[in-house]
Design a protein around this ligand. Structure first.
Ligand SMILES: [Zn+2]
Length: 127
C-alpha cells in the first residue's frame, strides 16, 4: 500500500487521532458533487450525495461507501464512536447515531484534513 506523505497538522489528526478546529475545515461548507478520498492511502470514503449540513462545524455524511470506513472505540454519547479508513487505519473522525438529522439517522463527523475531494467528471459517470 502506498501512503501519501503527511504534513505535521495532517499527522496530528490522521495518525494521532486529533481533531481540526470546528468551522475551519476546507470541506465544512462545501457541496460540490464528487468523491472524498482518504488523504493518506487514497481509498474512496464518501460520496457527496451522502453529505449534509449538520451545522456542527465539520463535514457530515449520513453514509459511507460500503466497507470504506471502519468503526473503532465507542467513546460515549458525546464523543461518539471513532472511525477510520478501513484500508490504512487513518483516523477520520467520529460517527453518531439516533440524532434524527437525516433518514439514515447517522452522522459521520469527519475532519476535512483527513480527506481529499475529487469532483465528478463532467457527463455524470458519478457512482
Ligand atoms: Zn486510508
Amino acid at each position: 500500500m502506498k501512503l501519501n506523505k503527511l504534513t505535521k497538522e495532517e499527522e496530528r489528526v490522521i495518525l494521532h487521532k486529533g481533531t481540526e478546529l470546528p468551522y475551519t475545515g476546507e470541506y465544512d461548507n462545501f457541496y460540490e458533487s464528487g468523491t472524498y478520498y482518504c488523504k493518506r492511502c487514497g481509498a474512496k470514503l464518501f460520496k457527496s450525495e451522502s453529505k449534509f449540513d449538520a451545522h456542527c462545524g465539520w463535514p457530515a455524511f449520513d453514509d459511507q461507501i460500503p466497507g470504506a470506513v471502519e468503526k473503532g472505540e465507542n467513546q460515549g454519547l458525546i464523543f461518539g464512536t471513532e472511525v477510520h479508513c478501513a484500508r490504512c487505519k487513518a483516523h477520520l473522525g467520529h460517527v453518531y447515531h439516533n440524532e434524527f438529522l437525516t433518514r439514515k439517522n447517522t452522522r459521520y463527523c469527519i475532519n476535512s484534513i483527513s480527506m481529499r475531494f475529487v469532483p465528478d467528471k463532467k457527463g455524470k459517470n458519478g457512482k
